[in-house]
Structures are given as structure tokens and as C-alpha cells.
Design a protein around this ligand. Sequence first.
Ligand code: G3P
Length: 218
Amino acid sequence: MKFFVDTADTAEIKALAASGLVDGVTTNPSLIAKSGRNILEVVAEICAIVPGPVSAEVAATEYEGMMREAAVLRKIASNVCVKLPLTPDGLRACKTLNGEGVMTNVTLCFSAAQALLAAKAGATFISPFVGRLDDIGQDGMELIADIVTIYDNYPNFETEVLVASVRHPIHIVEAAKLGAHVATLPPNVLRMLYAHPLTDKGLAGFLKDWAATGQSIA
Ligand code: G3P
């Protein structure tokens, strides 16, 4: 499973990228707004930190505007992945960009039917928002299961399932069990994956016993 970091905070991205476990980054208009920075500058900085796909989302809602903005975004760096909303115009732009060899991430996916359309449009990634479905009492992971099942039926589909709107480690574990290709994690959730009280307790015990030996490894 590939791990992307879901933020436009370059300090967070730098810190987490040092782990060697970060395979890409996703942003969206809300994350760019939260960064308080110019989208072209912050995406360029992110692309220099992480060599993997960096999703930058168009703001236009019409095909022609999306294509104009995609042309600006893809010039930032070779690892820019153009993010498009799952709308008729967004999928039309996705189809065109796919034909031009541009990485695309189709976002705001909330149904298997939508995911089927995105695969037919040749999206590089599809982003089902599991947390927002959970938030309204639906089962986000059920959507992931449906999408993976459908995509597995068609070997010609090359779209990767990118689990988004992740709220906690269980989303990651369940997505991995289902075979989702990618998860994009808020920085705090990525850090949660490491944590277990028995690991902390066990390490403390090892260090206490080691100290008692008076030895050092040198
Ligand atoms: O990548 C999509 C993600 O940023 C949305 O997360 O928490 O706003 O549902 P959230």
C-alpha cells in the first residue's frame, strides 16, 4: 500500500518524508487555504520535497477552465498530479488529460457508480472519501470494498484506489485488507500508526535491563 500525506503544510511533509515511508502528497483547495500560501509556490515546494505524485486541484468547474488550470498546474513539476472533481466536466477533463499522459486524481467520490465512471475516464487515482461517509452514518469502507471488487473484474482498468478522508488507523488497516492501492493520511493519523502502549512498555523494559548490564555497544 502506498502512503500519501494529506496536507499542504510543508514543515509536516518534510518531517514525515524523513521516515522514508511517504510515497506522495495530496492537497485540495481547503488544504491550500489552510496553508495560507500561494498554490503554485507551495505545490512547487512540496514537489521538491516528495518525488512521488503530488495532487493539486483545479478550482474551475467548467471543462475549458479546468483544462486551462491543469496546463498551469502540470508546468509546476513533473510529479504534479492534476486533481479534478467527480463531475461530468471533471471526468471529461480527466479523459483529455489521460490522453495527454498527465497524472490525474479524481476526487469527491462517494459511490461505486462514480468510481466506475472515473476508471472509464482513465483516472490515475480515484479518491473515495471514507470519513465523510462515516460522518453521515454510511459505511465508507463498504464503498472501498465495492470499488476494489468492481475494478478487479476489469484488468484493463488502471485506476488506483486512493482512500481519502481518513480519520484513524482502522481506516488504513481495513483499506489494506481490501487491497486498496493508496491511502492519503493526515499527518496526525500517520503518526498514530506507529503508536502502541505495549511497544513503549516493552522498550522501556529492554532499556532498563540493558542499563543494568553496564555495557555499551561500541
Ligand atoms: O484528500 C481529501 C481529504 O483532505 C478530505 O478530508 O477530513 O476534509 O473529509 P476531510
